[in-house]
Every structure is written in structure tokens, then in C-alpha cells.
Design a protein around this ligand. Sequence first.
Ligand SMILES: O=c1[nH]cnc2c1ncn2[C@@H]1O[C@H](CO)[C@@H](O)[C@H]1O
Ligand SMILES: [Zn+2]
Length: 361
Amino acid sequence: MAAIAYSDIVPAPKALLHDHLDGGLRPATIVELADAVGHELPATDPAALGEWFVAAADSGSLERYLETFAHTVAVMQTEEGLFRVARECALDLAADGVVYAEVRYAPEQHLERGLTLDQVVDAVHAGFTAGMAEAAAQGTPIRVGVLLTAMRHAARSQEIAELAVRYRDSGVVGFDIAGAEAGFPPTRHLDAFEYLQRENFHFTIHAGEAFGLPSIWQAIQWCGADRLGHGVRLVDDITGTPESGETVLGRLAAYVRDKRIPLELCPSSNVQTGAAPSIAEHPIGLLHDLRFRVTVNTDNRLMSGTSMSREMALLSEAFGWGWAELQWLTINAMKSAFIPYDERLAIINDVIKPGYAKLIG
Ligand SMILES: O=c1[nH]cnc2c1ncn2[C@@H]1O[C@H](CO)[C@@H](O)[C@H]1O
Ligand SMILES: [Zn+2]
């Protein structure tokens, strides 16, 4: 079957679970905000700056990929900067046909100019609220929920977990840890995860991206993660291929599949950090064939020069996926969202299924 074109995918309803607020700024916005706060950039022409981010993030290592965030985080230190970035994020996702998104960021990284954690969360919330209202007025409604991230090398996870729970009725739907994986196992933050479980709150953990199975195992069996951020290295626990008919799942891979634990896979990001050799060789193909709870995500639209529609177009081309697969990915994501069950179901039945029914024809 011919691959579905990017331009045909844009109007299709999409759900996104793994997108970093500080990884999705418009290059032109970075230039303007950097000028206002006196931050020096590697390029001041927006197009050149956009190219710089993709090239610099194309490093083959997660640590070097993450260094590029210095230039986005630097311009997200004021209420105006945070509001603007969040508003534009909602608008950009809506324009790409995303109808539901969970966007994450680490409040502790936005305190350099004197904001408090609460001021950071309030400013982002106001930006998303404005962006959602504008998107709805433009006929492209989107719902955005926030995940508050704690940085895994730092020691503020308990505080950020408490912040997330405090804001659970004001737009925050979950918690996450991110940052360099090797050397910073999720169990360092066990207190925060146990607290969140006692609060009946939801969380995902970046695991199995730059480091393998022990990180995934800890995230699930010690920390109790609802979902896996990436989780792509789970393939290390799978032998054989479906074609040969001798695929064998190890205990951990079997557990993840049996429990329907969602995998927040981010193909382009993985190719840039070296977690996968190419889109065509990305384990998402195998994980899809084995019917894991696979979702597709952008991770960092700026650093990967990507969007949900582009990721789906790349997958359609690499694996021959048609509308049925794109719908499957979208419904998987919506089923795995952190908003209440009835609200997830309403988006699936009222928005996603009718949207794809028109496309499938
Ligand atoms: O793919 C990733 N793996 C691990 N950490 C990441 C990834 N993308 C972004 N961040 C980290 O998360 C912080 C909050 O959004 C970002 O500042 C970046 O350091
Ligand atoms: Zn991420």
C-alpha cells in the first residue's frame, strides 16, 4: 500500500502523550525572547536557529542532545515567556490536528529569574488556557493536560510530586522524571513515586531510552509507573522475529504486554540520540506486530524538526502503515491518557472514531 502523505495526516485527529514544552518552541519566539532577556543564541535568524537545534540534537547521545535545552530553558524564566511558549504550543499542536495532548516540563528549571514554582505552573496554565480557547475559536479544538517533570539528576522530585498533586484540579494530570538516564535510576526517586501512589495520582517515567532493561524494570516494578517514557529498549527482552514464528518474550516484556502498559515511543528522537539506528529499523515495527500498547509521540518537536503528522508519515512510509494503523496508534494513546476514563472515551467515540471513519471511507 502507498504511504499516506503528510498533508493527508494533518487533518486526522491525533493524540499525543509525550511532548516537552521546552522542546517545542518556535524558533522565531526563541529569537525574540532571547533578545528581550539578553540571552546569547548560536544563531539569530529563525530558520538558521531551527536548523541548528536539529543538527546539534542529532548527536548520537542523550547527554549531548539534552545540552541544546540550555537555549530554550533560558528564555522560559519569566511569566511572559512561559505564557507565550505554552499558548503557542497549544496552537501549534492544534494546527497539526492534535486533539488531545499531554505536555510536560520541569518547573524547577524555570526559577533562575526569581519565579516561584507556583508562579511557573500558573503562567504555563494561563498560556495553555489561552491557546486552547483560540484554537477552539479557530475550529481546531484541542485539550492539553500538563505533566510536571522532576529532573532525575536533581533532588526535588518529592517537592515536584507534591506540586503536581496540588495542581491536579488546575490542569496538571500527571508526573514524570526526565534527564540523563545512565547513572540516575528511577529508584532514586522512590519516595516521590510512593507518595503519588498514595495520592491515587498518575505518573510516567522516562526509562529504556539511553539505558536498558534494568531501568524499565525499576520504573515498573519498584516505582509503579503507569506508562513508560520511550521504553524502546524493551526489545532487548524479546528474541526472534514474528516472521520466523519464534518470537520469545522475556518475563519483563511479557509483563509489559500482558498488563497493557503503554509505551510512549518517539521514533525521530530515538534516531537522534542513538537509541534506534533509523526509522525503518526502529523497534516500533516489531512492538506493533506483537501488539504491545504502542503510542507514537514527538518528544521534542524543535530538536527533531518534527510534528505528530510528520512522525506518522515517516512510520507510514517505513512500515506501510495505513489509516487503520494510524487510528490504532491514536486510540492506544487516548486509552492511555491520564484524564478520567469517561473523558477519554468521549474523545475516542466523538472525535477520533468519526474522524478516521471519514478517512478510511
Ligand atoms: O528524550 C528525553 N529523555 C530524557 N530527558 C529529556 C528528553 N527530552 C527532554 N528531556 C529533558 O526533560 C526536561 C523537561 O522537559 C528538558 O529540559 C530535558 O532536559
Ligand atoms: Zn522525553
